[in-house]
Design a protein around this ligand. Structure first.
Ligand SMILES: [Zn+2]
Length: 57
């Protein structure tokens, strides 16, 4: 069961896709523009995987 929302990418500000993977209690946000990726558990808030290219430090 997948549900996809369109959200703003926190990295580049373009439209990204947020997908809920209910059987694993995960929410995945992926941006096709800058390859931003965030996978976290929406129950615990724990980040499983994240990748944010091009962020200046
Ligand atoms: Zn982006």
């Amino acid at each position: 069961m997948l549900k996809t929302q369109q959200v703003r990418c926190p990295n580049c500000g373009n439209f990204a896709h947020r997908q809920y993977i209910h059987q694993h209690n995960l929410v995945k946000t992926a941006c096709p523009v800058c390859d931003y990726l965030l996978v976290s558990c929406y129950v615990t808030g724990k980040v499983i995987e994240s990748y944010a290219p091009g962020i200046a430090v």
